[in-house]
Ligand binder design. Sequence first.
Ligand SMILES: Cc1ncc(COP(=O)(O)O)c(C=O)c1O
Length: 384
Amino acid sequence: MLEEFYIEPFAPGRIQWFGVDLMNIADLDTPSVVVDLDVLERNVRHMAERAGETGVRLRPHAKTHKIPEVARLQLAAGARGISLAKTGEAEVFAAAGFDDVFLAYPVVGAEKARRLLALSDRVRLAVGTDGVEGASSLGGVFHPAGRRLDVLLKVDCGYHRVGVSPESAVEVARRIADLPGISVRGVFTHAGHAYLATTREEVDAIARQEGEILAATAQVLRGAGLPVEEVSVGSTPTARGAMAVEGVTECRPGNYVYHDASQVSLGTCGIGDCAMTVLATVVSVPATDRAVLDCGSKTLSSDALRPRPSGHGWILGRKSRIDKLTEEHGVVRVEAGESFRVGEKVRILPNHACVVSNLHDRIVVARGDRVEGEWAVAARGKVR
Ligand SMILES: Cc1ncc(COP(=O)(O)O)c(C=O)c1O
């Protein structure tokens, strides 16, 4: 079935405004989220090449874009399957024909397990778990149906969000493997703490640890007689380093398709590697040192710049920064020597692209200033 995807022509839908095709970004109404297809395609290709060099399978986290058309580009470039977080996201992607999904999240409860059971008829499915209670709530639905659900045990490599400690992994994995209706496919981790690293050396050290801790845990599990097929790491800043570690089999970067101001601050990429910008209009200039844009937290989200919080996105080509956000307003502190005029359009590099995706029904697709069309963000807003 997926072969059919590969040959499907890639075609964003046209954007019309009162019956006229919009051709230039400057003609778009605001706020609009714009993705540059040339940059996106290059990002997809580069990450696929990095994975290819190490022999690690790429399973991109599609939560960043939530757009089946983008995931098709990732698969066409060599990715094997996709990662998602929410059961509802998996349902959207399964309906679009994706047949290999890992929910990299500790899914818990019979309600979601019933939906996963239905999905597992047509999707090679696995979910994350970090404990017996959660896994048992899923097995309790799969076992009576005569089915088994694959799980990957989440191991904490230093982020301290979810995941078992490496020291307790064998004991927990053994108990999960004994549960009816559950099979342990492997282990996974996410080095989210890399986003707080203030030097490139620190990011690289975290990446190495991410890979080494997980690969070592997998070996201990195998030594205890537990089959570990998948050793899955991944975040955008750590992908390159973690994939280079012997024993890692899979990587799940997400943000790399778009990048954002945080990735630039972390040194993961340059501004030219950022595919997503927000087009906004200056709606008020109430003082010489203040201008207001029509993009507030509803458009940009309130996510802070990482690793050091500072402002709410970068206005491209300007030194002035968005200082304050309310729901509908982006308040700019105008730097000396710069000025803004009402009606002027500006482009903003958001702090965090993934959350911007989740706030918008559609994104505009462009090459340079030329509008190519738009894509529906089909899996946005799926909180369950
Ligand atoms: C479990 C998990 N895996 C992978 C990713 C992808 O990381 P990034 O967006 O840094 O590429 C995330 C992002 O939050 C995640 O939570």
